[in-house]
Design a protein around this ligand. Sequence first.
Ligand code: 2AM
Ligand code: CA
Length: 263
Amino acid sequence: MLHSALINVMVKAARRAGRGLKRDLGEIEHLQVSLKGPANFVSLADKRAEEMLYEDLAKARPGYGFIGEEGGTREGSDKSHTWIVDPLDGTTNFLHGIPQFAISIALKRDDTVIAGVIYNPANDELYIAERGKGAFLNDQRLRVAGRRQLNECVVACGLPHIGRGDHALFRTEMTEIQNRVAGLRRFGAASLDLAFVAAGRLDGYWERNLQAWDIAAGQIMVRESGGIVSGLEGHDNALTTGNVVCGNEYVHGELLKILKAVG
Ligand code: 2AM
Ligand code: CA
């Protein structure tokens, strides 16, 4: 399938960094048995992947700014374009050898994300989206699920981590939503949760306290698949607040109503 030059640049970078992560995943399985575990190894793998991505993206589009989870912000001469990159989303999964993690790359032009690529090297699933051109999983056009009965929906969430977020609030939200949906899931990689909503595998997803690099590529993926993404206030921007809720128009609306009533 033919994609734009921009998408080709992003896919090439994701695949190269992905090959490294896949090799590293094999190594982790050995390190798992050691007392210290693979934590230091993973943090190195993470940094190496980000350096690789920066190298490839900066070479192909010199001057673009870069925001990465590991290296922080690198200003570019072109102030209107910024890469937003998570070299390893789902770090905890990766650390435990659970093959639910991804490289997430988004390109922002001024205040709008115009392209996104999410790649899970463990199962070779590649998601791409470009503004106005749709979203694809391994070249299959994506469309969000069409369910309009909450009690038939499978919805994913993110659990706040130890020492982070409001655990009590999350439990209240979870109870309310659990009472209304067919099933709840918690996969642990925000970019893939969003990609799964885009692919119609999940009917909805919500999570608080994320970072822009967890959400940026997934947001355009869902929108280009016909879904709705917002913050938890409904009119706010998930990229700036770090809180996200999504689904088809109906599911998004219902989840938002429940979450607003709780929060
Ligand atoms: P990460 O794996 O890149 O850290 C899981 O709920 C999601 O939350 C993941 O996408 C994870 O991204 C993100 N996340 C944000 N802050 C985190 C933290 N302090 N610890 C672990 N995951 C975090
Ligand atoms: Ca992340």
